[in-house]
Design a protein around this ligand. Structure first.
Ligand code: ATP
Ligand code: MG
Length: 263
């Protein structure tokens, strides 16, 4: 809000960001992939990151996840420097990394073994609840190879949500799914997020998916990736499929499409 002259109104911007990316650049040898990225993700904010293939989206996500160290700059999570992966930051990849020898229920329960002070019965109870959240009730005893692609990705989501990370990092989570399943997953994801609220960074190729799910869409330039524009998506929640056809929704989509394809 502008125009606050009382001096004691704290806005989201004053509060320590959940994730702070400070002047991050990344090169692989001679190849400059990211340049001078400054980005804040606030508490409970859903941010989508889009940009041309190869502009460094996955690299940025891996740096925030602590899987890669930037060549320059730094990342903080709740004010603390990120030096590696942590349970405060859950990651969901395009290809779900499931444990094929464990049932759905045990895949989620397994992820909870790192949580202190939970008995096995409590872990199973939490796992059951999270399977229900992603509409996998009834599949507790099924094995990952018995699931469809969308179901596998729902299981991966349940597993990442089970230990309640404060940040969820998703890299093209629905990229391998057919269009219909993908749409169902977008709706499910927004429902789960609207019920659980956490900070989300989702990398996607799909501009409609970005506008449908996110509070902000960050558009990167072609490689080397810089921030082209950071767009607030002013659409009400819960998001519904009917919104997609509205002029407002489509004007966001068009604007982002123009930014990605210009030049
Ligand atoms: N470990 C690595 N070693 C060398 N080069 C890499 C490495 N990881 C990524 N790159 C290069 O960095 C650039 C950015 O890769 P990145 O995977 O971050 O792009 P992206 O925006 O996620 O692309 P896409 O949309 O296709 O997934 C690419 O040119 C890629 O070849
Ligand atoms: Mg990628």
């Amino acid at each position: 809000m502008s125009g606050t002259d009382t001096g004691n109104t704290r806005t989201a911007q004053d509060v320590e960001p959940r994730i702070g990316v400070r002047d991050v650049s990344m090169s692989f040898g001679e190849l400059n992939v990211l340049e001078h990225i400054d980005l804040d993700f606030h508490e409970n904010e859903f941010v989508a990151v889009v940009g041309a293939s190869g502009c460094g989206k996955s690299t940025l996500l891996s740096i925030i996840g602590g899987l890669l160290e930037p060549t320059q700059g730094s990342v903080t999570a709740a004010g603390q420097p990120v030096t590696g992966p942590g349970r405060d930051r859950g990651i969901v990849f395009q290809q779900p990394a499931l444990l094929p020898w464990l049932s759905c229920l045990n895949n989620v329960e397994f992820a909870l073994r790192g949580e202190e002070g939970l008995s096995k019965a409590e872990r199973l109870e939490i796992a059951r609840r999270h399977l229900a959240d992603v509409k996998l009730s009834g599949f507790e005893d099924a094995y990952p190879n018995e699931l469809s692609g969308g179901m596998k990705q729902r299981l991966a989501l349940a597993r990442s949500l089970s230990y309640r990370p404060s940040v969820l990092l998703m890299d093209e989570p629905f990229g391998a799914l057919d269009a219909l399943t993908r749409q169902e997953m977008q709706i499910l994801l927004t429902q789960v997020w609207e019920a659980n609220r956490m900070t989300v960074m989702m990398v996607t190729h799909d501009i409609e998916e970005a506008v449908f799910t996110a509070d902000r869409v960050v558009v990167l330039t072609p490689r080397p990736g810089r921030i082209r524009e950071d767009i607030a998506i002013d659409l009400p929640r819960p998001r519904t499929q009917e919104m997609i056809a509205t002029e407002r929704f489509q004007s966001y989509v068009q604007h982002i499409w123009d930014l990605i394809h210009e030049g």
